[in-house]
Design a protein around this ligand. Structure first.
Ligand SMILES: Nc1ncnc2c1ncn2[C@@H]1O[C@H](COP(=O)(O)OP(=O)(O)OP(=O)(O)O)[C@@H](O)[C@H]1O
Ligand SMILES: [Mg+2]
Length: 359
């Protein structure tokens, strides 16, 4: 895996267990994946997900920790993991990423200098955040290009507490952005100088990362997700949240025309949002042109979304298959099942690969 960023906090590295677990606590559901390292690479051992009751997580903050822990325990009773150590991720407003250009007279003091200068870049007091950084490149003249990562401590603690209360060890904490990058790079090798956009569209948020030469050169978190579509379906068809969800996922049979019209409107909105974001990126960077767009997250399953995004941004667009580089036993998992979980499993796979680094 090329150039993936380290996790924010390295509680354990590698570890003895041969399996690696990614745990994604999303706004609508918790996803868990366990991979095992074999001679020919990573293999899928387990995948499971459990829906969260509504409004347990609001703006990516856990407002009902008891329900999150209980849901996670339910999931753990269904999926018999081989290990307890998991890699989790955060996203949202409590996560701050800043590119910093620094003059670093002595590289040994890089961390001190980054954390010292971080203060002026952060909207929070440094005492309220946990920080990490990644050195992206360094010049001969003592200049360094650094990515500062800061996470609000209270948010981090609330996620860790739920995971621990469910009996797991949250060893590495990553970001959704980096997990997407990891899953993408493992499955879609880029040529040198090429860049791609990876977009996860979840229930309440869209997380976009531009990846180039192993570096997340641009990231954006927007509050647009599948629940906007659910809300539109509820409003127009006068149905409950659960019925609207069933209608859009096809769980209740064929998708009615009204729903599919609303899906098209949603797809166009998402396409426009991605286009706006990429226009901003292109205007603010001298970066290489983007080669293609990869979509992930549950809302990437909206029929016709790839086409709408492709039309909006004028770039080839496809839905991520994070299992290109992960094998599985067809006697346990059917191809159909693996295809159906693909986009939803992107972040969990990225997290598991992060957990498995060095194994
Ligand atoms: N087949 C489908 N068609 C359309 N939408 C779908 C389909 N399957 C799932 N979704 C939608 O995907 C969303 C859930 O995606 P995902 O599990 O990636 O979100 P999350 O991780 O819980 O949320 P977030 O990342 O925003 O915190 C829901 O809004 C759900 O309705
Ligand atoms: Mg998610």
């Amino acid at each position: 895996m090329g150039g993936a960023l380290s996790g924010i906090f390295k509680g354990w590295g590698g570890g003895g267990a041969k399996s690696a677990i990614g745990l994604s606590i999303g706004s609508s559901s918790i996803k868990l994946i366990e991979l095992k390292k074999g001679k020919s690479g990573w293999k899928l051992l387990h995948f499971g997900m459990v829906a969260l009751p509504q409004d347990c997580i609001v703006n990516r903050e856990i407002v009902n920790p008891v329900a999150v822990t209980e849901s996670l325990k339910t999931l753990l009773s269904q999926v018999k993991l081989q290990s307890r150590q998991v890699c989790i991720s955060l996203s949202g407003n409590s996560v701050i990423l800043k590119r910093m250009q620094l003059e670093v007279p002595n590289m040994k003091e890089l961390q001190d200098q980054v954390f010292w200068e971080a203060e002026q870049y952060l909207p929070f007091d440094v005492s309220e955040v946990v920080m990490d950084y990644q050195l992206l490149s360094k010049g001969k003249d003592g200049n360094a290009d650094v990515l500062l990562i800061a996470v609000k401590r209270t948010i981090l603690d609330s996620y860790m507490a739920c995971v621990e209360d469910a009996g797991l060890e949250p060893g590495v904490v990553d970001l959704d952005f980096f997990a997407l990058q990891n899953a993408f790079e493992a499955n879609y090798p880029l040529q040198a100088g090429e860049s791609a956009v990876v977009v996860d569209i979840g229930a309440t948020a869209m997380k976009l990362v531009v990846v180039k030469d192993g570096v997340p050169v641009f990231t954006k978190d927007s509050a647009l997700g599948g629940q906007n579509l659910t809300a539109e379906i509820q409003k127009h068809l006068r149905v409950s949240f659960a019925d609207a969800e069933a209608l859009k996922t096809g769980a209740g049979g064929a998708v009615p025309q009204e729903v599919s019209d609303l899906m098209n409107v949603m797809s166009e909105n998402l396409g426009r949002e991605i286009k706006r974001t990429l226009d901003f990126y292109m205007a603010s960077s001298s970066g290489a042109p983007i080669t293609y767009v990869i979509l992930a997250g549950g809302a990437a399953k909206i029929p016709g979304l790839s086409r709408a995004v492709e039309d909006a941004v004028q770039l080839p667009t496809q839905v991520m298959n994070p299992f290109n580089a992960v094998s599985y036993d067809p006697a346990i998992f059917t191809q159909e099942y693996v295809n159906s979980i693909g986009p939803i499993a992107a972040v969990p796979v990225g997290l598991a690969l992060r957990a498995g680094m060095g194994k």
